[in-house]
Structures are given as structure tokens and as C-alpha cells.
Design a protein. Structure first.
Length: 279
């Protein structure tokens, strides 16, 4: 019945009206930590250390994520997280994106005003606008579920957060085509296997050739500039594809609704009664 109703097809499940000329609006990106999305998760099962919530901050440009386990996620705690784990490490963002929860009010709002940050909130009926932070929460919770499944580690899941973040930061993102680690540092992370392989194939030498080091530094700066150009292009193409997919899906749903409505109208038309044959 829902698919057969034109009005139902014009209204989302969340209750907001689907306008005829509505288009998916992509959030623009331009630089590292220009816009940062934040979200919370909890309460989770309390750990031995008393932690039962997770705070997440993710950069819209590089997809680099910072996360922290806390005992509560009140406004004072989220404000300290923003200052200690984002501002003091990467500088002051221009925009902060959150949902409409109470943890992003009072102290948090005051801190944003103090740093000149524009605090943007998602629409109450459209929390998907902060989908990047919400997906990051799901990724962390999935990793915690896997790593904490070992007997004896259920009540110390907070100790697994660093491993989960490292794995995520090294993974290549679908939209940027680079890992957050590569975008932020201009290189791939050095792993344990790299050190072992280097020890087997090279003679230990602590000496540094200044000219070689300077050449490598200049090459890395050029590489980082090239990476950032590619990131902007790749994200633009990914957003264009998302808008095209959204428009196609929306058009398909509206078309199905209109066809179903016409069918129902035809089915409801009363049939003409045949005249009784003269006896």
C-alpha cells in the first residue's frame, strides 16, 4: 500500500517532504582539518577503567580519525576532546559538524565561539548529514567486537582502540583513493616487517648524507602536493557519482509510486453492470 500511494512516495521514512527538484548536496572540502565531524557512541559495556563511551572526530578532507574512550560524553568532556585531540594536534578547524545532542551544547558551544569555529548541526530529521562520523563509529564498534571477543578481554575493549585506529588510518579510502596516513604524512607507514627486512638487507649505518636527505625532503614535498591534487579530484568524482546514484534512485522510487497509484485507481473503478437480458 505504501508503494501505491503517491503521497507516501513523496515523503521520506523520517517524515520530511521530498521536493520534486531536490538534489543531493555534497559537503565541500578544500584543506586538511578545514571541516571536522564529531560524534559519540555509548553507553557501552563499562570497562575495568570505567570507560563506557567513545568520542570520534574525523577530518572531511583526509578522512583521518581521532577517537577517545571516556567515562561520560557530556558537553565538558566533548569540549576537552576537541581542544586536546584536534586543535592542539592539527590546528583550529573552520567548521565543526555534529548532531543535535546535548553533548554538543553549553561548554562545547562556548569553546567553538572562543576559537572562532563555526559549529554546524545536522537537521533533526536528517542525521545522515553527519554520515562520515556515524560510519566511523560503526567501524570502531565492529573492530572492538572482533578484538574483544577473546576470552578475558570483554571488559577491557578500550585497550583495543589504538590498534583499530592504526588499521583504519592505513587503509585506502574509496573516495580519496589514498590512505589517511599517506595524505597526512606523504608516505606509507613503516611496519614491523619493514624493519626486519631492512635489517636483513642493509648494513647498519647511523650516518646521514645531508645532500641526499635534502633531495628526499624536496621530493616528498612534491609528492604531497601531487597527492593533494589527486585527493581533490578523486573526491569530486566520488561526490558526482553519489549525486548521480541518488538522483537515479529518487527518480525510480517516484516513478514506481506514480505507476502504482495509476494502477490502483484503475483497479478501483467500478465495473459497469450488464443490463439484464429480457426474459
Amino acid at each position: 500500500m505504501v508503494r501505491s500511494c503517491q503521497q507516501c512516495q513523496l515523503v521520506r521514512s523520517e517524515g520530511s517532504i521530498r521536493s520534486g527538484d531536490e538534489q543531493l548536496k555534497s559537503i565541500p572540502i578544500c584543506d586538511l582539518f578545514h571541516r571536522v565531524a564529531l560524534d559519540t557512541s555509548g553507553p557501552l559495556p563499562e570497562t575495568k577503567a570505567g570507560n563506557k563511551s567513545i568520542l570520534v572526530a574525523i577530518d572531511h578532507y583526509s578522512k583521518w580519525c581521532e577517537a577517545k574512550v571516556v567515562a561520560d560524553h557530556g558537553a565538558k568532556t566533548t569540549a576537552m576532546f576537541l581542544e586536546d585531540d584536534v586543535i592542539y594536534r592539527y590546528g583550529v578547524p573552520k567548521f565543526i559538524l555534529t548532531d543535535n545532542g546535548g553533548e554538543w551544547a553549553v561548554e562545547f558551544d562556548l569553546m567553538c565561539k572562543d576559537y572562532g569555529i563555526q559549529h554546524q548541526r545536522t537537521a533533526p530529521q536528517w542525521p545522515q548529514c553527519n554520515g562520515m562520523a556515524e560510519r566511523m563509529i560503526k567501524t570502531i564498534k565492529h573492530g572492538i567486537t572482533v578484538l574483544a571477543a577473546t576470552p578475558g578481554k570483554v571488559d577491557c575493549w578500550d585497550e583495543q582502540l589504538a590498534k583499530i585506529l592504526f588499521g583504519y588510518r592505513c587503509g585506502i579510502q574509496a573516495s580519496t583513493k589514498f590512505s589517511p596516513f599517506m595524505i597526512l604524512t606523504g608516505r606509507t607507514p613503516r611496519l614491523r616487517a619493514d624493519n626486519y627486512l631492512h635489517a636483513l638487507t642493509h648494513v647498519i649505518d647511523d650516518g646521514v648524507d645531508v645532500e641526499i636527505a635534502a633531495t628526499q625532503f624536496l621530493w616528498k614535498m612534491e609528492l604531497i602536493a601531487s597527492i593533494h591534487e589527486d585527493v581533490l579530484l578523486n573526491v569530486e568524482q566520488a561526490q558526482k557519482k553519489q549525486r548521480k546514484t541518488y538522483a537515479a534512485r529518487k527518480g525510480k522510487h517516484l516513478f514506481e509510486g506514480l505507476i502504482a497509484r495509476e494502477t490502483m485507481v484503475k483497479m478501483k473503478k467500478p465495473r459497469k453492470k450488464r443490463a439484464l437480458a429480457a426474459s
